[in-house]
Design a binder for this molecule. Structure first.
Ligand code: SAH
Length: 211
């Protein structure tokens, strides 16, 4: 599902400053001031075109949402869509997840969503997986006590890897679901990838853990 790069995407994002925060590094530990309230903060890392975080923000006005995306081109596609009806409790930030602790202070985040993260199947790319130990160390710093991580993926190997990695790190498992769309009682807010995989009849794996 490769999207073409948009020329000068980074500059084009400047037009969307009310939605795409222009300098997230300046707000280290101060996101409550940006949202002008003390509501819990939820992050989606690798939000893609933003359907999931947008719908979540509309549905949950008492939670603050931040969508992270490393690709300026993908973020621009998201911004063009969301700007039409931007909920006040949503910002997007164009950063790499490995910069997380430059943007968030200690225990500033209540929940992290990892939806259809790149699985990086080769062993030599393990460090790039968003559930590898070095990323879990970053999440550990910014998550509150009892903070949660929710993960959805269609990739069985990445799912198994994540189960082991989170378990080794000491996370407590709240939910493990090997077929989210078959075995669920609550309404599911889907992502763009999830919609495609659902149509293809693929199994979606889910887990929820607590710090
Ligand atoms: N969550 C979306 C997109 C999944 S694709 C969905 O389910 O539809 C994975 C996304 O993560 C891509 O858009 C990719 O650019 C982004 N991504 C990959 N590595 C990242 C990183 N280190 N930091 C932030 N975003 C990242």
């Amino acid at each position: 599902m490769r999207l073409r790069n948009i020329k000068n995407a980074k500059e084009k994002l400047e037009k969307y400053q009310e939605l795409v925060h222009p300098d997230p590094f300046q707000n280290h530990g101060k996101w409550q001031e940006i949202f002008k309230n003390t509501n819990p903060l939820h992050l989606e890392i690798g939000m893609g075109k933003g359907k999931f975080i947008w719908e979540n923000a509309i549905k949950n006005p008492h939670i603050n949402f931040l969508g992270l995306e490393v690709s300026s081109s993908i973020m621009l596609r998201a911004a063009r869509k969301i700007i039409v009806a931007r909920p006040a409790n949503l910002y997007l930030i164009n950063i790499d997840a490995n910069e997380l602790n430059q943007v968030f202070g200690k225990e500033e985040v209540t929940k992290i969503y990892l939806n259809f993260s790149d699985p990086w199947p080769k062993n030599r790319h393990e460090k790039r997986r968003l559930t590898s130990e070095s990323f879990l160390k970053l999440y550990q710093e910014i998550l509150i006590d009892n903070g949660e991580i929710e993960l959805k993926t269609d990739n069985r190997n990445f799912y198994e890897y994540s189960l082991i990695s989170l378990n080794n790190f000491g996370y407590k498992f709240l939910e493990v679901n090997l077929n989210l769309h078959e075995n669920n009682t609550e309404e599911i807010i889907t992502t763009e990838y999830e919609e495609k995989f659902k149509q293809l009849g693929k199994t979606i794996y889910y887990l929820k853990v607590m710090k």
